[in-house]
Design a protein around this ligand. Sequence first.
Ligand SMILES: NC(=O)c1ccc[n+]([C@@H]2O[C@H](COP(=O)([O-])OP(=O)(O)OC[C@H]3O[C@@H](n4cnc5c(N)ncnc54)[C@H](O)[C@@H]3O)[C@@H](O)[C@H]2O)c1
Length: 385
Amino acid sequence: MSEIRYGIVGAGYFGRALGTAVNSLPGARVTSVFDPENGARLAEDLAPTNVESVEKLCAADDVDAVIVASPNWTHIDPVLLAAENGKDVFCEKPIALSYSDCARMVDSAREAGVHFMAGHVMNFMSGVRRSKKLIADGIIGDVIFCRAIRNGWEEPQKEVTWKKRRSLSGGHLYHHIHELDFVQSIMGPATRATMVGGNVAHSGPEFGDEDDMLVISLEFGNNTYAAIEYGSAFRWPEHYVLIQGTQGAIRIDLQQTGVTVRAGENSESFLLHRNQEEDDQRTEIYNSTSMDGAIMYGKPSLTPPLWLRGIVEEEMAYFHGLMQGNSPTEEFAALSDGSAATATIATADALSRSLTEDRKVDVREIVSEQEVAVRSFSPTSAAKH
Ligand SMILES: NC(=O)c1ccc[n+]([C@@H]2O[C@H](COP(=O)([O-])OP(=O)(O)OC[C@H]3O[C@@H](n4cnc5c(N)ncnc54)[C@H](O)[C@@H]3O)[C@@H](O)[C@H]2O)c1
């Protein structure tokens, strides 16, 4: 099987992590990097070419697939360019900051017949995968409610990064889209969305302009509901997802790391990550006083923790498998064509509108305003390598 060659757009904290994971896979090699600021440094470490423009990277003969890991607001251009050039794409979360951009990205990939995988890495946590399997097997009955909480307290920042600016990152809701995506992967797409909150405790030059308290309720149209909280205005940090079924419940603890299932008389617990070391390191980070795990932000000079590198390795191995001709698995099909990510952003947009207009918003409002509907597709490019 011929080697698959990857180009990376954005060589910061996560571009480096994705590139390192790619280079460790058999039959995979990073050949090019584009980053206006940090390209040279990553090129030196991963031994690819440091190209001067995103256009050049997407058109390069020695790039089969493009990995987009630039700041959130910049994702759309490289994705569209990659698709135009017939290149498969992996794009970091959130794939875009509006439903209309997501729909354009998904449509252009579908028209070009290339894969468009979203970097919703939570799906690759082993405890999350096992939980979803137990739910699909009916162990907890019908899921009727989910509660997801991801919050903490932000101290004054020496330097306010793009991750804290609403227009650049999307704020907590878009930047930490994982929990919303996870809830929808269990309960289906939300039909009605309500969000209250705002910036309640973090204004001034040492902070960004994102809202630091977001309180969400979701309806799914069949008497099932979810409640989600995000933010950095919470002195008592929490990070978990609780899934309530008619026969039992599952608690995924992302802070005291681990998963617990209760069904009838039975209770069982298992790891969230691949091994005890990864789980323990996560717990240690969350419990340290210097870093608030749930709202921790990377920067180009940092290396992600062991547990995060672990799920990135799993995620890149799956994407590389697609590049080698594997068909999307049922488990990850909606991740592999951008449809899950797009449905999540539709709900995020409905929530944003709910907050701005102080009303409950039907998610169809967001979707029907766009001429381009989200359609799932079967990539025809899988056999081309
Ligand atoms: N899945 C996860 O758990 C996870 C974790 C961290 C980051 N991310 C995502 O990865 C992406 C990158 O985040 P990060 O933490 O690496 O940020 P970062 O700030 O560390 O790095 C971003 C890099 O992009 C470069 N850049 C800026 N504008 C660019 C452009 N137009 N084209 C190419 N490069 C550009 C910057 O110079 C910088 O080197 C974001 O979308 C973020 O949400 C995902």
